[in-house]
Design a protein around this ligand. Structure first.
Ligand SMILES: Nc1nc(=O)c2c([nH]1)NC[C@@H]1CN(c3ccc(C(=O)N[C@@H](CCC(=O)O)C(=O)O)cc3)CN21
Ligand SMILES: O=c1ccn([C@H]2C[C@H](O)[C@@H](COP(=O)(O)O)O2)c(=O)[nH]1
Length: 305
């Protein structure tokens, strides 16, 4: 028996959604085909970087979003200054609704970049991922750096079953532009005490997943996070285990899904980190070298807001 390409986990999910997905209305009003409960596993131990090949994935944009989470920032201004525009729709919708203005996305983005006060008032997404990962505010008034704690435990007590951070901060949910989708990141170390190099794996629980746009981004940025954490704790990256709750295909992404299903997956590229920064806070996009990425063409698709 030969193993199938790991990307077939993605493609099989899309095929299932197209054929048997539960057709349901959703918060955005677009409508989805959905299934509840999916697991995909990607082995990163040979340097593979799970960037899907059946459509071009803008992996740099996805990794830049992950680096932005790591900074703890929640304002889209720092994303825009890196030319990442995937979060603009939500503050833009809030601005248009509050002011009645019909400002274009470009003008809104230019103003966020140029005008400090405007950026502060209209560019913030509320206490989303970065805030919760790095500065979770406890009832005791203290701020908790969940990610730093996980890295510390990986180094000092790698057999722990308590190595996780999460973003589902109940009292702050209603201040967030969107509730966290990738909400729990749990780490696990194998090869402890066997004289072999230790391997660290990551399981992500994603309560809601847009398979057309979000999932290709999420899988590769989560693999990038695992590569960074592994490097920081001197371990080999093991598996990325991706678990989805409500896994869905928006109704206006059905052609996208049919197109990728007609394509033959190509080998995943390899990821190499070119530098070892002193801490998890030291990475930049230039540290990521991706070789052998030869995808089929990009497919444009609308995002449900
Ligand atoms: N409906 C929905 N789906 C999502 O995936 C999603 C949200 N909302 N809201 C929050 C973030 C924003 N995310 C996004 C938003 C847009 C793209 C997107 O448009 N991707 C295009 C172009 C990428 C680019 O311009 O660099 C793509 O082809 O992948 C991807 C992820 C992921 N999340
Ligand atoms: O990283 C992300 C962020 C968001 N999504 C998708 C999943 C859903 O389609 C929407 C969020 O809507 P909810 O009504 O809050 O579930 O965004 C994603 O796939 N990946």
């Amino acid at each position: 028996m030969t193993l199938r390409h790991p990307e077939s986990q993605y493609l099989d999910t899309l095929a299932y959604l197209l054929e048997k997905g539960d057709r349901r209305i959703d918060r955005t009003g677009v409508g989805t085909l959905s299934m509840f409960g999916v697991m995909m596993r990607f082995d990163l131990s040979d340097g593979s970087f799970p960037v899907y090949s059946t459509k071009k994935v803008f992996w740099k944009t996805a990794v830049k979003e992950m680096l932005w989470f790591l900074t703890g920032q929640t304002n889209i201004r720092s994303l825009l200054s890196e030319n990442v525009r995937i979060w603009t729709d939500w503050p833009l919708a809030a601005y248009r609704k509050a002011t009645g203005s019909d400002i274009s996305q470009e003008d809104f983005e230019d103003r966020i970049l140029a005008d400090d006060a405007f950026a502060e008032e209209w560019g913030d997404l509320g206490p989303v991922y970065g805030k919760q990962w790095r500065r979770w505010k406890g009832a005791d008034g203290k701020e908790y750096d969940q990610l730093a704690e996980v890295i510390e435990t990986l180094r000092k007590n790698p057999s722990s079953r308590r190595m996780l951070f999460h973003a589902w901060n109940v009292p702050e949910l209603d201040q967030m532009a969107l509730h966290p989708c990738h909400m729990t990141y749990q780490f696990h170390v194998s090869n402890i005490g066997e004289g072999l190099r230790q391997k660290v794996s990551l399981l992500v629980l994603q309560r809601s997943s847009d398979m057309g746009l979000g999932n290709p981004f999420n899988v590769c940025q989560q693999a990038a996070l695992l590569a960074m954490v592994a490097q920081q704790v001197d371990m080999t990256p093991g598996e990325l285990v991706w678990v989805g709750g409500d896994v869905h295909l928006y109704l206006d992404h059905q052609d996208l899904a049919r197109t990728v299903l007609e394509r033959e997956p190509r080998p995943f590229p390899k990821l190499r980190l070119l530098r070892r920064p002193d801490s998890i806070d030291g990475y930049t996009i230039d540290d990521f070298e991706v070789t052998g990425y030869d995808p089929h063409p990009a497919i444009e698709a609308p995002v449900a807001v």
